[in-house]
Design a protein. Structure first.
Length: 196
């Protein structure tokens, strides 16, 4: 039984490396022109999303608990929950030593984060190296996208709880919500140039 379960998890994790390549997409990817632009100049974060989704800042206790500079959520509606978190952006998480924002370089930070993953793949987000980290618990697997530059940002979803444990939940993908397409529109900047 244990050996069979390990083989199932191993098969799923092996698929992550192959499926992670689909994340790269082509440079300059542009979402549907009807999509809304979210821009947070103080955080240097911009992305596009469908108009039926909305953004909000997470409650202070969430930001404080993560010791993050900011926690921004993209929220949608499902039959079970009118406030499903489609994407959560955790900006500069875990700023206490040894995770404070000036602790290490980008490569060291990603390598450190990789140690907690059951499986991981490096991908490119807005021209920056990022880590797709897959973590598996007793009943399911989920993913987190970790960026180290130009700012430290962890991105995860709560939208796919019903599919966690299935292969599609183990990477950013377009399903009920176009998560992969949204992530492909991410742009990080230190200036106030608008998204094209």
């Amino acid at each position: 039984m244990i050996k069979s379960r390990r083989m199932q998890i191993g098969t799923k994790l092996a698929a992550v490396a192959v499926l992670g390549l689909a994340f790269l997409g082509r440079p300059g990817f542009c979402a549907d022109p009807e999509w809304v632009v979210y821009e947070n100049r103080s955080m240097g974060l911009t992305f596009r999303h469908p108009p039926d989704l909305r953004t909000r800042e997470a409650a202070d206790h969430i930001r404080t608990g993560l010791n993050a500079k900011a926690v921004i959520e993209l929220v949608g509606r499902t039959e079970q929950d009118p406030d499903t978190i489609v994407l959560r952006f955790i900006i500069e998480p875990f700023r206490d030593p040894p995770f404070k924002s000036d602790w290490t370089g980008a490569g060291d930070y990603l390598a450190h984060e990789r140690t907690g993953c059951n499986s991981s793949t490096y991908v490119s987000i807005d021209g920056h190296r990022a880590l797709t980290c897959v973590s598996c618990g007793r009943a399911a697997c989920s993913w987190t996208l970790v960026l180290a530059e130009p700012l430290r940002c962890n991105i995860l979803t709560f939208a796919d709880a019903e599919t966690f444990g299935k292969r599609t939940a183990m990477r950013p993908h377009d399903g009920r919500f176009p998560i992969l397409s949204i992530l492909r529109t991410l742009h990080f900047t230190s200036d106030s140039a608008p998204l094209k």
